[in-house]
Write a protein that binds this ligand. Structure first.
Ligand SMILES: [Zn+2]
Length: 254
């Protein structure tokens, strides 16, 4: 399976989450334990304090297992150098997408500062994964408007609306051509409804692994086990865990 939402377990002390940094070897051991073949790895520290160093950390981390780890960089869109830093994450660091976190990074996706960043992503056939599900910023509808402004960039709702906004996430995914949805922290009753009603090629799955220290990764294992309780069909499972993520990642390398 491909896990489309994990984080680098590297902390420079800027976050209230996390703990003791663990290595790429440990992360791969964890993936093997729960049957994850490949993982999209997002920054962690960079969401709390955007620095080029956080992107460098991420690039070094995924470069240790290039066949299994796919890195997405990040940078606060309000920083004047944001578009240049995102350009660097593609050209110099070889990352394949951008993670945006309107809540932690403190911006609205309606701000025009997003546009040059999305244009850079489009130039490199990259992907955008945006945290969603937490008002006032990061509602699925707001993120759908960003997708409509940039129809050439696939944008993924990183949490499928979480607990409060999953219905909105579903409708936005149905109505917006280039908007995708990652079930990650979405409750089981919502996950099943999403799988039954969203366009079949648009649903992904993620665990949020790496968000806290090594001893706490059992939350990610539980999210994988939980899939068995959703009542998914073999076709839905194959699409969500294998075919859909693979298709999107292939697009990002063309
Ligand atoms: Zn996350």
């Amino acid at each position: 399976m491909i896990d489309f939402h994990t984080h680098t377990p590297i902390w420079r002390g800027t976050s209230w989450l996390g703990g003791t940094t663990f290595s790429a070897d440990d992360f791969i051991d964890f993936m093997d334990t729960c049957g994850i073949d490949r993982a999209v790895v997002l920054s962690h520290d960079g969401l709390f304090d955007s620095t080029p160093e956080a992107n460098d950390d991420l690039a070094r981390f995924v470069a240790q297992y290039p066949d299994r780890l796919i890195g997405f960089g990040t940078y606060s869109p309000r920083k004047p150098s944001a578009a240049a830093e995102i350009e660097r994450t593609f050209t110099e660091l070889g990352l394949r997408g951008v993670k945006l976190h309107p809540w932690l990074q403190g911006f609205s996706v309606h701000e025009v500062a997003l546009d040059p960043i999305l244009e850079v992503v489009a130039t490199h056939n990259g992907l955008v994964l945006c945290h969603d599900g937490t008002p006032p910023y990061a509602t699925p509808t707001q993120i759908a408007t960003l997708a409509r402004r940039h129809p050439n960039v696939p944008i993924i709702l990183g949490h499928g609306g979480l607990h409060d906004l999953w219905r909105e996430a579903l409708v936005c995914t149905q109505d917006t051509e280039n908007l995708y949805l990652c079930i990650c922290g979405t409750p089981p009753y919502a996950a099943k409804t999403i799988l039954d009603r969203a366009p079949a090629h648009k649903v992904l799955f993620g665990t949020d692994a790496g968000l806290s220290d090594k001893a706490s990764q059992d939350f990610a294992v539980a999210r994988i086990r939980e899939i068995d309780e959703w009542g998914v069909t073999p076709e839905q499972r194959q699409a969500m865990l294998v075919d859909n993520p693979r298709r999107l990642l292939e697009k990002s390398t063309r």
